[in-house]
Design a protein around this ligand. Structure first.
Ligand code: IPE
Ligand code: IPE
Ligand code: MG
Length: 245
């Protein structure tokens, strides 16, 4: 007992298990990715209904390029297709889309659609949906460090002036609070290079469910588990006092 965390403001999800879902059905792995996108669509709707202000989904990591070319191509094509198809809905639902990661290695069609959707939904504030595509936590920190170093070299920034706030301001995720809750499906308990800076005090929730099977009930279970957690941020809990910093 003793959990007193309110609903999470920011939920991040490592959507894992598409391939195993498909293999178990003797389907190609790409069929799992199609179903996985359906599960992502359901989750976005559920998060909207729940009034969760920020949802961040890990769609493609910097390491996922090492997969067979055919799987990578199909996956990136699927992303472009879904974004093109859903962009009117994003707009109608007043969703702000934001993409995390380095777009330079992505196919032109996908990179173009991402830019377009980002621009088109930039003014919305009902929910921010961040999608990590060609994202790696280490790459994120690296590019932030490089840009900070360039500012120091140009004499615009003193090394002593670099604090957590300056680092945060140069990450892909700049301007948004850290995730309160991280959900990882697919029966693996690791971060796989996701949001390394941002997850410092995030509550972690792991489930064996493969991503295409992730249901609204399962989402509710994750939220309930979060609400039962006691967040201490390194402090000692004083009964009756709020725990959030
Ligand atoms: C997650 O499912 C989707 C991506 C990483 C793109 P996987 O494709 O990793 O599925 P498993 O883990 O092999 O089952
Ligand atoms: C993490 O899943 C990346 C995404 C969900 C996009 P992976 O399947 O790539 O992670 P590992 O290889 O099991 O660590
Ligand atoms: Mg996987």
């Amino acid at each position: 007992m003793g959990g007193d965390a309110p609903s999470p403001r920011h939920v991040a999800v490592i959507m894992d298990g598409n391939g195993r879902w498909a293999t178990a059905r003797r389907l190609p792995r790409t069929a799992g990715h199609r179903q996985g996108l359906e599960a992502a669509r359901r989750l976005v709707e559920a998060a909207l209904r729940r009034g969760i202000p920020i949802l961040t989904l890990y769609a493609f990591s910097t390491e996922n390029w090492e997969r067979p070319r055919e799987e990578v191509d199909v996956l990136l094509d699927l992303f472009a297709e879904v974004l093109e198809r859903e962009q009117d809905r994003f707009d109608e639902e007043r969703l702000r889309l934001r993409f995390l990661g380095d777009p330079s290695r992505l196919p032109d069609r996908l990179a173009h659609t991402m830019r377009l959707v980002e621009r088109r939904t930039a003014r919305h504030s009902r929910m921010t949906l961040q999608i990590a595509v060609n994202y790696g936590g280490r790459t994120d920190l690296l590019q932030a460090v490089r840009r900070l170093a360039a500012k120091v070299q140009a004499g615009e920034l003193a090394p002593e002036a670099i604090g957590e706030r300056e680092i945060e301001a140069h990450l892909f995720t700049h301007g948004l609070p850290d995730p309160d809750l991280l959900i990882r499906t697919g029966n693996e308990q690791r971060l796989s290079n996701f949001l390394l800076w941002n997850l410092a005090y995030t509550e972690l929730y792991f489930t064996e469910t493969l991503w295409p099977d992730f249901s609204l009930e399962e989402f509710e279970r994750a939220l309930a588990a979060f609400e039962a957690r006691e967040r201490r941020y390194g402090r000692v809990r004083v009964p009756g006092s709020p725990t959030a910093p």
